[in-house]
Design a protein around this ligand. Structure first.
Ligand code: FAD
Length: 486
């Protein structure tokens, strides 16, 4: 359940102030290839079915923009808007070996812009957006699809895939890093529903990977993080019958925020799997709070669960709302585009933000809640998003997929819509290390985090390194926080 739980636009209005964009900003440690790379771009252009955009082309500036506008202007050497799987293979075969960064791009929402490397070649998968829903409920999803497209296509068949709350996030990047959705406790992570994937590996070969074929790569693709080991061209997911989803929001008086966080944590630890929720602590002199979530049990039964939380907080919420929707409308509700078309849900463009994460490893005590609130009382334009895990997420072993945080109670995202808040976000994330835990979620990565490798991958790090090196021995898919550098 991400930072756009209330919809990106609604969220920014509530919690953040857009700041100045650092034009031309570069990322820490990003490889920048020499201009004279030896890649035959004219030959590559002729060999592709889809267009190859280069600096100077009219469509290049828009295509080169990452979602995170705080990253400033990106200048890839070329953007291949691939039309076919063969185009992907051609890109890999013609670019590899020249020392030029090569990156896949799904939805372009990488927090650090790793899908749009300066001086590199972007393999933009946006045109691979077909979705086929089979009679057995499995869905074959092109790697260029956005989450809202997947939700809408599945809804037409009465099916659902648990995934994130931002409509324009790519199914590719989010699945490869795990995929925490608003119903995660009820249905697990997006990657937990992956049955197989087609992948172009660093040698240009196309593999169909699953539990019996290249099972080590299949393991790595479920939580090992986008950009590692190959370029996925399609995902085959198992889906679930689309549930009715009761969404809820409670806000308690700001003076109770520490008690809200502590109570929320204990409440989620004891809650049934059908209940998932997020507790937001927003920076202010007296930090404010918001508890929002989903319930997939009988709508009438939610009231009793909310009463337990209210009793634990010891104060009536100043604001309370619940609505029951079909799965697609619930996703639109969180995206801030309820009652709008799927196309309208995708209208939001790039936005500036700074973010980082931790994983909550224990139930929040009153002392930790006090530390968190004290930390946020000294910040502005920032929010901490405690997003519940466990439930079905914990039903899979830590070693069973590359997602290393199976026992975590929650992910904790530090988020600011102010581009100037990068150092403050990182400082808060570091301060949370002792209070909540050492882990971090690779989909909420931060390019300045020094302990990133162990934080993202924990106990799975050495196995992941071995697998990725096996499939990419020549470091074709390399970037500042690639598993090859972990
Ligand atoms: C507004 C917003 C809301 C979000 N909400 C959530 C949420 O609710 N839950 C959650 O879990 N996450 C959430 N995220 C995080 C999101 O999951 C990650 O940013 C994810 O990496 C984005 O995937 P993408 O395809 O859009 O990004 P991209 O930038 O295209 O890709 C991300 C990484 O994956 C690589 N990659 C992309 N496509 C492929 C491919 N086909 N094969 C191999 N590698 C590939 C890229 O090279 C890059 O390294 C959110 C992000 C944003 C910006």
């Amino acid at each position: 359940m991400g930072d756009s739980r209330f919809g990106r636009r609604r969220f920014l209005g509530l919690a953040a102030t857009a700041g100045a964009v650092a034009a031309g900003a570069t990322l820490l440690g990003e490889p920048v290839a020499a201009a004279a790379s030896g890649v035959d771009y004219e030959g590559l252009k002729r060999a592709l079915r889809g267009p190859l955009l280069r600096p100077g082309d009219a469509a290049y500036p828009a295509a080169a923009k990452p979602y995170n506008a705080a990253l400033g202007v990106r200048r890839p050497a070329a953007i291949a808007q691939v039309a076919t799987v063969d185009d992907v293979r051609t890109c890999v075969q013609r670019v590899r070996g020249h020392g030029v960064p090569l990156a896949a791009r799904g939805g372009g929402h990488s927090y650090a812009g790793y899908s749009t490397p300066n001086s590199g070649v972007v393999v933009d998968l946006g045109a691979l957006k077909s979705i086929t829903v089979r009679s057995d409920g499995t869905a074959v999803v092109g790697a260029g699809c956005r989450l809202i497209d997947v939700y809408a296509a599945l809804a037409a068949h009465g099916r659902a895939l648990p995934a994130g709350s931002c409509p324009t996030v790519g199914v590719a990047g989010s699945t490869l890093g795990g995929g925490i959705g608003v119903t995660a406790r009820a249905y697990g992570l997006t990657c937990d529903h992956l049955k197989s994937a087609t992948v172009v590996t660093a040698d240009g070969a196309l593999h169909t990977v699953d539990g019996n074929h290249d099972a080590d790569l299949f393991w790595a693709l479920r939580g090992g993080g986008g950009g590692n080991g190959g370029i996925v061209t399609s995902f085959t997911f198992g889906t679930v019958p689309a549930p009715a989803v009761t969404v809820f929001t409670l806000r308690f008086p700001a003076a109770r925020t520490a008690k809200v966080l502590q109570s929320w944590s204990s409440w989620m630890d004891a809650a049934p799997h059908q209940l998932s929720s997020l507790c937001a602590v927003t920076a202010a002199a007296t930090p404010t709070n918001r508890v929002t979530g989903t319930w997939t049990g009988s709508p009438a039964a939610l009231a009793g669960h909310l009463s337990s939380l209210i009793a634990a907080v010891g104060a009536a919420p100043a604001f309370r709302t619940t609505h029951t929707y079909g799965f697609l409308d619930a996703m639109k509700y969180f995206a801030g585009c309820l009652n709008q078309t799927t196309a309208a849900c995708k209208a939001g463009g790039p936005e500036p933000f700074r973010a980082a994460s931790r994983m909550l490893e224990r139930t929040v005590t009153s002392s930790v809640a006090g530390q968190v609130v004290s930390l946020m009382s000294r910040q502005r334009g920032m929010v901490l998003l405690f997003d519940s895990l466990r439930g079905q997420v914990a039903g899979i072993g830590t070693a069973d997929t590359a997602f290393a945080h199976r026992t975590a109670h929650a992910s904790v995202q530090v988020y600011s819509g102010n581009a100037a808040n990068g150092p403050a976000v990182l400082a808060v994330q570091q301060a949370l290390r002792s209070a909540v835990g050492t882990g971090a979620y690779v989909n909420y990565l931060n390019p300045g985090q020094s302990d990133w490798a162990s934080a993202y991958y924990g106990a799975n790090l050495s196995r992941l390194r071995r697998v990725i090196k096996k499939y990419d021995p020549d470091r074709v898919f390399d970037f500042a926080q690639s598993v090859l550098r972990a």
